[in-house]
Design a protein around this ligand. Structure first.
Ligand code: 13P
Ligand code: SF4
Length: 330
């Protein structure tokens, strides 16, 4: 807003300089998702990573306080794993369109409709939904989790596109509950992944046309797409993987330029860490939920011990089973 670029940089550096000693004083660990803005991502977290890596870090920490610079379902997962620790999220407004697309009641209804069929929940769900399912997954282990269940039919929720991408990867068919005939137990067995209709409000915006346009200008571009993108977009890309898998891909390859079809802060973070890599700036779709978490809010979180994440114990223990089962699979 009112700052010149230089003044803004100094202001952010000053905030980071206040956060670091306070973090020590409070015996806190800061976990930062790959989508944090560069000024935060490169300064205050003890660990950065994708959802799975940060869940593992949360499971291992011995600090008193976990400050989760990410969205609510991530902070909640940290609390599920650490009931005795104080888990803080710097803003109460950091939701997620996927987590909001399904309720515990929806899952109970699916369970009734398809008795005996294992249910996989993407980690982008709230604790009460996790409490109703058999196992969780993230974008980095979704296919592996589905295959580990050794079941012809699996319910996979709530991301329609991730479900379709996993179906493609595992060779299973996909179906939506509304498409299943009422007398259909036998018919259902012909199908394999029963999906839900959630979408990531960021990744659903990328189109095959976006890719074609960039390839027309830069024929040597390497395109990476998060698996929350539509299957058409993933098929038109050169690589698809979790946020950390995409970062590693860029770091370990030597293409003339890269196009990242994911939340835009991540491209900025890679560009800042690797000035030699050329990142094509196609679009700047920022996740409005991730964008809630800034240095100012993180400083306030540590100063005032806010906002504490709570999960009712009865829900937590059931959700923990699904999360732990995932962590055991890898
Ligand atoms: P990752 O687990 O790949 O980091 O994804 C989290 C997310 O919210 C993607 O939009
Ligand atoms: Fe949720 Fe999409 Fe934002 Fe990730 S980018 S937190 S999936 S809305």
């Amino acid at each position: 807003g009112a700052f010149t670029p230089d003044a803004e940089l100094w202001y952010k550096a000053e905030l980071a300089a206040q956060i670091l000693p306070l973090k020590k004083e409070r015996n806190a660990v800061i976990l930062g998702h790959n989508y944090m803005e560069p000024a935060l991502f490169h300064t205050i977290p003890d660990f950065v990573g994708d959802s799975l890596e940060l869940s593992r870090r949360a499971a291992e920490t011995d600090h008193d306080i976990i400050v989760f610079c990410g969205v609510e379902f991530m902070a909640e997962t940290a609390k599920i794993l650490n009931p005795e620790k104080t888990v803080l999220i710097p803003s109460r407004k950091a939701g997620c369109s996927l987590a909001e697309s399904i309720t515990a009641e929806d899952v109970r209804r699916l369970r009734e409709q398809f008795p005996g069929v294992p249910i996989v929940a993407y980690i982008n769900t709230y604790a009460d939904v996790k409490a109703e399912v058999d196992i969780c997954c993230t974008s980095s282990n979704a296919a592996k989790v589905v295959e580990s269940l050794n079941s012809d039919t699996v319910i996979f929720l709530p991301d329609e596109y991730l479900a379709r991408n996993v179906a493609r990867e595992t060779g299973k068919h996909i179906i939506f509950p509304t498409q299943i005939p009422r007398d259909g137990q036998d018919t259902m067995l012909d199908y394999h992944i029963i999906a839900w209709h959630g979408r990531c409000e960021v990744h659903e915006q990328f189109t095959v046309e976006d890719i074609e346009n960039v390839r027309a200008t830069f024929p040597d571009v390497v395109v990476l797409a998060h698996p929350e993108c539509s299957p058409e977009v993933v098929a038109a890309a050169d690589f698809s993987g979790s946020t950390s898998a995409m970062i590693r891909f860029v770091e370990e390859t030597n293409a003339p330029r890269y196009l990242l079809l994911t939340e835009c802060a991540m491209g900025d973070n890679i560009a800042a860490a690797h000035p030699d890599k050329e990142m094509v700036r196609l679009c700047s779709i920022r996740c409005r939920h991730m964008n809630q978490i800034r240095l100012e809010d993180t400083l306030a979180a540590l100063q005032h011990i806010q906002y504490e994440v709570h999960v009712p114990e009865e829900i937590r223990v059931r959700a923990l089973r699904a999360v732990q089962r995932m962590l055991e699979i890898g």
